[in-house]
Design a protein around this ligand. Structure first.
Ligand code: ADP
Ligand code: ASP
Ligand code: MG
Length: 405
């Protein structure tokens, strides 16, 4: 079988771990499988490179920043390829560009437009293991573009799709996808499998274990992803398309995120076009808005609240004065200390009692709900960031996730 294996930053954090990864890959190749490897930057390298850039200037040029950040993954490919060769396995490190991963010029948030997999196939035919730098691509004009934080997962899925691989294996410091972040909830349980749609909601609501665009892409091409440990041999979690009947109507997992800021625009005239006038300038500045709630209007005035990432708060606030003026709002209030907690499971929105149990659990712990948002398979409460860990643990208990399967 042909597999794409992705190793994250923790799995290649130092020389010992890199040698361990190489040993794992060699074993797999010797068992008869064809393996393409995608790697992330070692440990916290990407964060360190960002800090380095910020120590030069508070506002680094996006093009140059991408050149800098792409070097993190390039270190990893060279070292992993060396480690494989040291074990007697032919291997070749390839940058995003050498691997034929093409993007458009959206520095810092590129999307993969196409993959020209000829080079990778040729290397496989020669019996070499291609080791590909995740998180990066090239434009048709040979500009280096990174794909967004955590996006090595997406590189791996895109390559698996382009190569027609049997599956993508995402090798991590955890053994699979758990009912909640095991770092926060020690009793969290590893799931045997999970559907694309549930995993996509968990990832989008803050569960770091998979990049949401990787899940989205896998779901479009029906490519199975196995989330598994890079450290120990243990069955992982299969992310796939089918949903078993008995898995419906049940909370499958809890996602959390402590990076939420909220802005409330007060006394907005309730007339057509106002929402567009508020959100267009924010979008133009690259501030992406998450939950939006508009209250019922009183005397043709309404309050409009929305959430954004905390890192965008300063930029958004610098625009809010002129936005309020242009729409004739009374003013705005901002709160940068929020987080969110979500319960996810196919069928839970239509089944009775889930919302009530979630709200009751939070209220009994004195946790105030600031905003609520829902999808067909998700309920999210926006709460004080400091209460997020408590909320996750209490909800994990309340929905009996430790024992549910
Ligand atoms: P990688 O570097 O391999 O991409 P990440 O650090 O991005 O790995 O993601 C793995 C981390 O995700 C784990 O260490 C774990 O703390 C966190 N995590 C959050 N939610 C979950 C979950 N539901 N199941 C497993 N891990 C989770
Ligand atoms: N190294 C990049 C990051 O830290 C990409 C990744 O790890 O997936 O965001
Ligand atoms: Mg990751």
């Amino acid at each position: 079988m042909l597999v794409v294996q992705k190793y994250g930053g923790t799995s290649v954090a130092d020389a010992d771990r890199i040698r361990h990864v190489a040993g794992r890959v060699v074993k797999r190749v010797r068992s008869g499988d064809q393996v393409v490897v995608v790697v992330s930057a070692m440990g916290n390298t990407t964060d360190e490179l960002i800090d380095l850039a910020l120590s030069i200037t508070p506002d680094p040029d996006p093009r140059e920043l991408d050149i800098l950040l792409s070097t993190g993954e390039q270190m990893s490919i060279a070292l992993v390829a060396m480690a494989l060769r040291a074990l007697g396995q032919e291997a070749v490190g390839l940058t995003g560009q050498q691997a034929g991963i093409y993007t458009r010029a959206q520095y810092g948030s590129g999307r993969i437009a196409r993959v020209d997999a000829d080079r990778i196939k040729a290397e496989l035919d020669k019996g070499r293991v291609p080791i590909i730098a995740g998180f990066q691509g090239t434009t048709e004009d040979a500009e280096i573009v990174t794909l967004g934080r955590g996006a090595s997962d997406t590189t791996a899925v895109a390559l698996a799709v382009a190569l027609g691989a049997d599956r993508c294996e995402n090798c991590k410091d955890v053994e699979g996808v758990y009912t909640a972040d095991p770092r926060l909830v020690p009793t969290a349980r590893k799931l045997q499998d999970i559907t694309y749609e549930e995993m996509l909601e968990l990832a989008t609501q803050g569960s770091q274990v998979m990049h949401n665009r990787a899940v989205e892409l896998a779901s479009v091409y029906d490519l199975p992803i196995l989330v598994t440990s890079s450290m120990v041999e243990a069955p992982g979690t299969l992310i796939h398309g089918g949903s078993e009947l008995e898995e419906r109507n049940r909370v499958r997992g809890i996602a959390h995120d402590t990076d939420v800021a909220k802005i409330t625009v007060r006394h907005v005239p309730d007339k057509p076009g106002v929402a567009a006038d508020i959100f267009e300038p924010l979008a133009a500045e690259g501030v992406s808005v998450d939950t939006i709630v508009q209250n019922a209007s009183e005397r043709d005035l309404t309050d409009l609240t929305f959430t954004i990432s905390r890192k965008d708060l300063k930029r958004a606030e610098s625009m809010m004065g002129s936005i309020c003026e242009s729409v004739g709002a009374a003013g705005y209030a901002a709160d940068g200390g929020l987080g969110k907690v979500s319960i996810v499971g196919v069928g839970i929105q239509t089944a009775q009692g889930y919302a009530a149990r979630m709200f009751r659990t939070l209220s009994e712990a004195g946790i105030n709900i600031e905003l609520i948002s829902t999808s067909e398979i998700r309920l999210t409460c926006i709460i004080d960031a400091e209460r997020v860990p408590d909320a996750v643990r209490l909800l994990h208990d309340a929905f009996e996730l430790e024992t549910a399967e």
